[in-house]
Ligand binder design. Structure first.
Ligand code: ADP
Ligand code: MG
Length: 617
């Protein structure tokens, strides 16, 4: 051990230090305020090291329960971060703070690794955090004394670039006090209010008591880092309230840890309500990213896919480098691994919850279905998992109840090949739709969807469990064994179809006899293979006309068994004018049912003319 000296000794930094300092100060960090995080993290590391030595019986001193305290002196523009952690002796000071890319923490870990597996949670690994102090300080003073028996106190002072002085500090207490004399342009860091905000932001979950001007700051525990069965319900509740500022219980909670391919401790919540209104400003994701309980980024981009922006929580990964700026974090490989692992786990959790408690899942779905559908449309990688999570009302469910695609497939009768859906404004409208008739007759289940976005969702999925998903409008199905009684003959139907095409002209593409109709006289069928007319309208309303192509006139199918059609065939021979009106009216009805009729005025006028004839006016 070195002898105490009375004269300050001048030391110069390593040769590269000036250059490295400038990198640290100017480009490694994007926010100046992270220096607080770095110094507090070092203090926490020092406390952790002491605790470890105590726990393994290696610390001779009786000091227990190390802690950290920050004091600010606004008048003098200084700031002190003190800890009663392990402290440093003279050699350690020179080693740890005199060599920029040397991490004392790393050597400590290495030394420990040679003895036994270290059970410490150490933050720093990179050996540059300390120097972030020079982003804001014109002078940094470190007074420290090792906790090892017989250690003496030392004082280290530096103004950055040139080097540092070292002198004996006989009055130093065990632990470390770091005082920053702030630059003029960084005076705000001596304001208590400012500091409190910063400390709460980055260091609220540090595992040792942390005081600011004598007041305890970190009162909420980092429960995500504890094992699930050690956390009480009450603690989860408190933590969630703190995190989400929501005093209603969350819909779901997922607390899990993983080791491979990346270390993760995560605690995720689905709030009771979605805070995002359809069509309003998009919410930002608020799953905070931590490394060993120290905040890296409160709104990390790319941690979760966009459509999961309703999730709240904390993700901690000790594999993340603390000293990396956020810009560089975003597209790192690590981030992708982290995102993938989290998303998979979360989707799995939703599927499990849906299985376990269908009613609760219904509640979740009612609140968040828009996000899941957005996921189907935007996140190809997770589409298959999402397909299992979507739910729709159907012709086989009770009113207001929804089914999964998997259950739909289980119910499919023999002879049904595909999965069908029908867009209508509500269930009653769907059931009254001419498109539904053939399904009712065949007892094929139809999913009732009521949001134009659902058509895009279905279109994007294309299939489920190898069954094609298609709109009922485009299903090529026949009503089997329909009675021929009172029906037009095939020739009559063909003749009437020809006449209708002549009468209706360009507004229909083709007219033919239908095998799918039961109760309705006519139905319009899209001649485009994929796009429906409502999809076209939706795209138009989004200003995406270019994607819709030209809307071809639909095919018109007539029901040769329907009395109106049967009579119309006679009428066209007896009263061509009246028959013409009826034909136009039927065409408009078909257009109305398919959502093509945008302006009903002409139809209403014609209707009045027809009514006049009926009442004999
Ligand atoms: P890192 O924390 O990544 O190791 P730093 O530049 O932040 O790098 O710190 C360098 C080293 O200085 C640390 O590893 C540690 O050995 C020592 N050190 C810094 N602050 C303290 C402190 N408050 N108490 C004890 N040692 C410290
Ligand atoms: Mg550090």
């Amino acid at each position: 051990m070195s002898q105490p000296i009375s004269q300050p000794e001048q030391h110069s930094f390593q040769a590269e230090i000036q250059q490295l300092l400038s990198i640290v100060i100017h480009s490694l960090y994007t926010d100046r305020e992270v220096f607080v995080r770095e110094l507090v993290s070092n203090a926490a590391d020092a406390c952790e090291k002491l605790r470890f030595l105590q726990a393994s019986g290696q610390s001779p001193t009786g000091v227990s329960d190390p802690s950290i305290s920050i004091t600010a002196n606004e008048a003098e523009s200084t700031l002190t971060i003190a800890d009663t952690g392990i402290g440093m002796n003279r050699d350690e000071l020179v080693q740890n703070l005199g060599t920029i890319a040397h991490s004392g923490t790393k050597s400590f870990l290495k030394a420990l690794a040679e003895q036994q597996k270290p059970d410490t949670r150490l933050i720093g690994q990179f050996g540059v955090g300390f120097y972030s102090a020079f982003m804001v300080a014109k002078q940094v003073t470190v007074v420290t004394r090792s906790q090892a028996a017989g250690s003496e106190g030392w004082k280290w002072t530096s103004e950055g670039g040139n080097g540092y002085t070292l002198e004996s500090a006989p009055d130093a207490t065990p632990g470390t006090q770091i005082t920053l004399s702030l630059k003029d342009e960084a005076k705000e860091f001596a304001q208590a209010g400012n500091l409190e905000r910063i400390v709460k932001r980055y260091s609220n979950f540090v595992a040792f008591p942390l005081e600011l001007d004598g007041k305890r700051v970190n009162t909420v525990q980092a429960i995500w880092a504890r094992s699930k069965n050690e956390v009480k319900e009450e603690e989860y509740k408190e933590f969630y309230e703190y995190l989400a500022h929501d005093n209603e219980a969350p819909k779901y909670r997922l607390h899990f840890t993983a080791d491979a391919p990346i270390a993760i401790q995560a605690l995720l919540f689905v709030p009771s309500r979605s805070l995002e209104m359809p069509g309003m400003v998009r919410q930002e994701s608020e799953v905070h990213l931590y490394c060993r309980k120290v905040l890296i980024d409160s709104k990390p981009k790319g941690l979760l896919p966009e459509w999961l922006r309703f999730v709240r929580g904390v993700v901690d990964s000790e594999d993340l480098p603390l000293n990396v700026s956020r810009e560089r974090m975003q597209d790192s490989d690590l981030m992708r691994k982290l995102s993938k692992a989290l998303t998979n786990r979360f989707l799995k959790h939703l599927a499990e919850e849906a299985e376990k408690d269908a009613a609760a899942y219904e509640g979740f779905y009612a609140e968040y279905h828009r996000f899941l559908k957005e996921g189907v449309l935007s996140d190809w990688e997770n589409q298959a998992a999402l397909a299992k999570l979507i739910r729709y009302e159907s012709s086989a469910t009770e009113v207001g109840k929804k089914t999964s695609l998997a259950d739909y497939v289980k119910r499919m009768p023999e002879g049904q090949k595909d999965i069908y859906y029908l867009l209508a404004k509500d269930r009653a409208a769907a059931e009254a739709s001419p498109y539904f008739e053939v399904f009712r007759a065949r007892q094929f289940e139809v999913l009732f969807v009521d949001d134009p976005i659902d058509e895009f969702v279905m279109d994007r999925l294309r299939e489920f469990e190898s069954k094609t998903i298609m709109t009922a409008e485009k299903a090529e199905l026949d009503v089997e064994d329909a009675s021929k009684e009172g029906s037009l003959s095939e020739d009559e139907a063909t003749a009437l179809s020809g006449w209708l095409k002549l009468t209706l002209g360009e507004s229909v593409h083709e007219v033919r006899a239908s095998k799918r109709l039961v109760d309705s006289p006519v139905v319009a069928l899209d001649s485009d293979k994929y796009m429906t007319s409502s999809m076209r309208r939706t795209l138009k309303s989004m200003g995406r006309e270019a994607m819709t192509g030209d809307e071809a006139a639909p095919d018109l199918e007539i029901n040769p068994r329907h009395p109106v059609i049967v009579k119309l065939n006679e009428l066209r021979q007896n009263d061509a004018a009246l028959a013409g009106l009826v034909a136009e009216q039927l065409n408009d009805q078909a257009r109305l049912a398919s959502g093509r009729l945008e302006d009903p005025r002409a139809m209403l006028q014609r209707m009045n003319m027809l009514l006049s004839r009926v009442v004999g006016a």
